[in-house]
Design a protein around this ligand. Structure first.
Ligand SMILES: Cc1cc2nc3c(=O)[nH]c(=O)nc-3n(C[C@H](O)[C@H](O)[C@H](O)COP(=O)(O)OP(=O)(O)OC[C@H]3O[C@@H](n4cnc5c(N)ncnc54)[C@H](O)[C@@H]3O)c2cc1C
Length: 375
């Protein structure tokens, strides 16, 4: 249920494993959060390793980080193996500190990453400026992350899933799911489908799963795309071909597109009850521009050409829910990725396929609903 990048990756994993698979998408595939995404494929999750170890201890946190790294590598390998044309580019990621205090914390984060075996390179202010044009107080560089066009990637993965036998239906909103003695009966306006399991890949808990809504905080997140810059303008801006994000919360991030635009994003805002879509997009976009104009002063003469916003769901520990929920027999969920939907969507495909194949591993418990006490 859901034909975004998660549904696509799950369908691909299951279909290529020889399992009969159907994707039901309410609207058009890849047009939800996936199309809105700025698609920084980062190995480092939103939650710093230091924060995660405070919550879950070293062993568990190291494993979560390892899985996040592996998921990025696996998604990149899949896109390459299936020759999916989606402007995939390997990029280093630079996570920079905007204040001296943040730099001190970031230095500890860097040391912990290195101690636990994760590749991490410290950049002092001079190297940071040389690489990014940004005047910050220090940064951590992570190699071999990537960026891509998420919509084309999603469609390409679904094509590969179809070639492996998956059926993909658009304009097929799931309206009812009923338990049967040996599975589920899934109804759309056009017909019904009997399945052993249903995977809920709708990004967050839709109204159908209202009892789960309390497990997510919903945020609006904003992106702007500048006009294309010529080589001289790019040099003046000073940001090389790396992806950057900062230690502020909510964070800000930037990356180049293949046609030399800058994508500037972040500045997420909590969705309040009754708040309408688009209500704050004007001020949010202005704030984002003001932030980056201060970081990269040569941007001041560059026009913003497009602005958009999207929704994402964040869980209490910033990790997704991947797996069953006791209230919903024969359902598996893959929801609540925060800003790491590309990385964790890939992980969801792997973990759910393992479940199907009866593989028992401690990895599953790391992302189960049961790890956090809620209804
Ligand atoms: C602006 C923005 C920037 C982002 N930037 C990044 C980034 O740089 N890096 C990163 O890793 N992540 C990023 N994310 C997060 C990432 O894009 C999402 O987590 C990811 O796309 C979620 O994919 P999904 O397939 O789970 O959900 P979606 O792409 O939202 O797909 C869910 C699908 O379910 C369908 N659906 C809903 N209800 C039903 C129903 N009843 N029946 C059938 N279908 C249904 C919807 O129509 C939709 O197509 C960003 C998100 C946004 C909004």
């Amino acid at each position: 249920m859901g034909g975004g990048i998660t549904g696509a990756l799950v369908a691909h994993a299951f279909a290529t494993a020889g399992i009969s698979t159907t994707v039901l998408e309410a609207a058009a595939v890849g047009r939800g959060s996936t199309a809105a995404s700025s698609a920084l494929l980062l190995k480092e999750p939103d939650l710093e390793l230091t924060q995660l170890t405070n919550r879950y201890g070293v062993r568990r946190s190291r494993r979560i980080w390892e899985l996040s790294h592996q998921s990025v590598d696996q998604l990149i390998a899949l896109l390459k193996r299936r020759r999916i044309r989606c402007d995939l580019k390997m990029r280093d990621a630079v996570y920079y500190a905007t204040t001296a205090q943040a730099a001190e914390r970031l230095r500890q984060e860097h040391e912990l990453r290195a101690r636990l075996g994760f590749e991490s390179e410290w950049l002092g202010p001079v190297r940071l400026r040389r690489l990014t044009g940004i005047t910050g107080h220090g940064a951590v560089l992570t190699k071999a992350s990537a960026q891509f066009d998420p919509y084309r990637a999603c469609v390409g993965i679904l094509r590969a899933a179809s070639a492996a036998g998956a059926h993909v239906f658009e304009r097929s909103e799931v309206r009812r799911i009923e338990k049967t003695p040996d599975g589920v009966c899934i109804s759309t306006r056009h017909g019904t489908l009997h399945a052993d399991r249903v995977v809920i890949a709708t990004g967050y808990a839709t109204p159908r799963f209202r009892p789960l809504a309390g497990r997510f905080r919903m945020y609006r997140t904003y992106v702007l795309a500048t006009e294309p810059l010529d080589i001289g303008q790019r040099d003046d801006v000073g940001l090389s071909d790396v992806m950057v994000w900062d230690t502020e919360r909510p964070y800000h991030y930037a990356r180049w597109t293949p046609d030399h635009r800058l994508l500037l994003g972040g500045g997420d805002r909590l969705v309040k009850p009754g708040q309408q879509r688009g209500q704050h997009s004007g001020t949010a976009a202005r704030d984002l521009r003001a932030y980056f104009d201060a970081q990269l002063p040569a941007l001041a003469t560059v026009r913003t050409e497009r602005v958009w916003e999207g929704l994402f769901a964040v869980t209490a520990d910033s990790l997704p829910y991947i797996g069953p929920h006791r209230r919903y027999p024969r359902h598996w969920f893959a929801l609540g990725y925060g800003g790491n939907g590309m990385t964790f969507g890939s992980l969801a495909a792997r973990l759910l396929l393992e479940r199907w194949q009866g593989v028992k591993s401690r990895d599953h418990a790391l992302f189960e609903f049961a790890r956090l006490r809620r209804p």
